[in-house]
Design a protein around this ligand. Structure first.
Ligand code: URA
Length: 196
């Protein structure tokens, strides 16, 4: 990873720290810019920070985040080494409501800058909100998950279930959302291992 890219990402984070482009700046405790490491091979984009993320300034640290770490760990990915994690919104929507279109629009420049600087080879779109930010479709996540799409900068993008959806669907039986997630993450690992 070029120092240069980390430095440039840090400049974007600094800008984000003082952002007041939408009203979420009035209710946030911290901005949640990114987690993991800036590995240009693998990036995950979630929806928006929740309560714990807002408190800590780190993405995916609540229950859903713990499950996400487990899922990544099943195929040997770790936050400390392999993956750059961010969200479509850098600030928490009150009561964890869905991001509003104007909030997504206001925050988009930060997400676009993260993608442009990192130029990840694989982008995981985690949940409906992230999927709709990159793929123009009426199909739901259950139809899209596990499929590869062409992403920005010649990346491969895959929609995956959001871990909070998996927390609400506990079955591990063949065909269940958890089982499907297992298939998807194995496929991600397979393609990752083929990257030069
Ligand atoms: N859900 C998300 O989409 N992102 C987080 O950072 C936490 C929960």
């Amino acid at each position: 990873m070029e120092d240069n890219i980390s430095d440039k990402l840090e400049l974007v984070r600094q800008k984000c720290l003082h952002c007041n482009k939408c009203s979420l700046c009035q209710t946030r405790t911290n901005i949640v810019f990114s987690g993991g490491v800036p590995n240009p091979k693998l990036m995950l984009i979630g929806e928006a920070p929740g309560y714990y993320e807002d408190q800590k300034g780190v993405p995916f640290v609540g229950k859903a985040g713990q499950l996400l770490d487990k899922i990544l760990g099943c195929v040997g990915f770790s936050r400390e080494r392999d993956i750059y994690i961010c969200n479509t919104l850098k600030c928490r929507p009150p009561e964890n409501r869905d991001p509003l279109p104007e909030e997504k629009a206001a925050c988009r420049e930060y997400l676009d800058a993260q993608v442009e600087l990192l130029k990840p080879r694989i982008i995981l779109l985690c949940g409906r909100v992230a999927v709709n930010s990159f793929i123009d479709t009426k199909l739901g996540i259950t139809k899209l998950r596990g499929k590869w799409f062409e992403g920005p900068y010649y990346s491969k993008m895959m929609p995956i279930f959001h871990p909070s959806y998996l927390l609400r669907n506990d079955s591990r039986e063949k065909g269940s959302p958890k089982w499907q997630m297992w298939q998807d993450i194995k496929e991600v690992r397979r393609v990752y291992d083929q990257l030069s």
